[in-house]
Design a protein around this ligand. Structure first.
Ligand SMILES: C[S@@+](CC[C@H](N)C(=O)[O-])C[C@H]1O[C@@H](n2cnc3c(N)ncnc32)[C@H](O)[C@@H]1O
Length: 214
């Protein structure tokens, strides 16, 4: 995977995204070099960064990707995807009002983030606003995570790839992690699981699944 062509830089064990914006979104270090800004991408704060450091080699993003992002929160990961997909669009769904206010503010400072205050479990409510999503990214701490994913996979048939974060302890506080992972993966509809990354130690009991439409 060619990270450099996406402006992702790895230096002294740290990851950075190349940004046209100088602001720090969540307290991350921002450096300037040769006329560009480099924002440190913290793996404990963003699961995509954690996955890259854990040798995830199927990053589906391109400069012009159109992403449906479910569970955007205040926009930590969204901001880095906004750097990477600088010619694309990120439709960021968040249902909680407090983080949404920060997400909204972030979107006003950048031109490729479209925040939507909605419940990811009811895609019919935002289907109309999301144009030709190519990739679904989901990171919601809900017991019915896979059901939410399946609903969106059905509502957005144009999305051919997906990154699904499976948050094991949101599904069950007890039980064997691997067994729960296997059971939940088996419930995914319409997509094949191509790669599974355990995000430990950056993010405990959380897995990133790279999925491709069947
Ligand atoms: C772990 S945080 C996401 C962090 C974010 N993805 C990042 O890396 O910057 C999970 C978010 O999902 C949101 N969420 C949970 N259930 C949701 C739902 N049904 N629809 C939309 N957002 C939801 C929560 O409010 C929370 O902000």
């Amino acid at each position: 995977m060619d990270l450099t062509s996406l402006g992702i830089v790895r230096k002294q064990g740290k990851l950075y995204t190349t940004s046209q914006y100088r602001d720090s979104v969540y307290g991350e270090d921002v450096r300037k070099s040769d006329g560009f800004y480099f924002r440190e991408w913290e793996p404990k704060r963003s699961k995509v960064a954690a996955a890259i450091l854990k040798r995830f080699d199927n990053l589906p993003f391109h400069r012009d990707s159109r992403i449906l992002y479910l569970g955007a929160s205040t926009g930590t990961t969204v901001s880095h995807l906004s750097d990477i997909c600088n010619a694309g669009q990120i439709f960021a769904i968040e249902k909680a009002y407090d983080p949404f206010v920060k997400l909204l503010s972030l979107s006003q400072r950048r031109n490729n983030i479209y925040p939507i205050l909605e419940d990811a479990g009811i895609p019919g409510r935002y289907r109309f606003f999301v144009e030709r999503a190519e990739i679904i990214y989901q990171d919601v701490a809900q017991r019915n995570q896979v059901q939410i994913f399946n609903a969106n996979a059905e509502a957005f048939p144009e999305a051919r790839e997906a990154l699904l974060i499976l948050k094991i302890r949101a599904i069950s506080s007890k039980g064997n992690e691997e067994d729960i992972l296997k059971t939940e993966t088996g419930k995914i509809e319409g997509f094949s699981t191509m790669q599974v990354i355990n995000l430990n130690p950056y993010s405990k009991a959380n897995y990133m699944l790279y999925l491709k439409r069947k």
